[in-house]
Design a binder for this molecule. Sequence first.
Ligand SMILES: C[S@@+](CC[C@H](N)C(=O)[O-])C[C@H]1O[C@@H](n2cnc3c(N)ncnc32)[C@H](O)[C@@H]1O
Length: 183
Amino acid sequence: MDIIIFFLILVASLVITLNLFAIYWFGSMLIPVFAGGAPYVPTHPEILKRMLALAQITSNDVVVDLGSGDGRLVIAAARAGARQSIGYEIHPGLVRFSNWKIKQSGLENSAIVKNESMWKADLSQTNLVFLYQIPYAMGRIKRLLERDLAPGSRIISHAFNIPGWEPDEANGNVLLYIIKNRV
Ligand SMILES: C[S@@+](CC[C@H](N)C(=O)[O-])C[C@H]1O[C@@H](n2cnc3c(N)ncnc32)[C@H](O)[C@@H]1O
């Protein structure tokens, strides 16, 4: 009898723990929405390949992913040889997971994910930006890019266009923009 009660308590504790974790995880998925950006939806590996192909990363590139999710683009850019690859991510769990993956991959010298809002990002040292955001954020992101990026900088946007800008190249729903000389 005692063993049955012990077993039932064990199962109940497990179920409660799993439920609490699920409530935390799905509840925390609302953080990005309140922060004015897209909820977490990772870029599909096939699309990631297309983003990298359009980006043509070199060792001169300082790359930023605005809203970096689980860090897959940050890691891919560092692996492709970028000088620095930085993610801005508002969800602390995703930041921890990304930096753990960066460490496991031995890329700590060239890659990092910061637990900071992308709206506070300083892109003045950046020449390549990855985006997978959401239409309501694209106007504000455009102002950030216009403020900080030097002519020649590239932006690769998955799925959503930058309002008022014509892409320089496209591969399906992956768009490449190049900042033009200011007149
Ligand atoms: C659609 S996901 C893209 C994730 C990743 N870039 C990828 O392509 O796999 C958008 C990400 O932006 C993050 N995000 C939303 N608003 C943000 C903000 N204000 N600052 C930083 N990250 C934000 C979300 O938490 C989410 O991980």
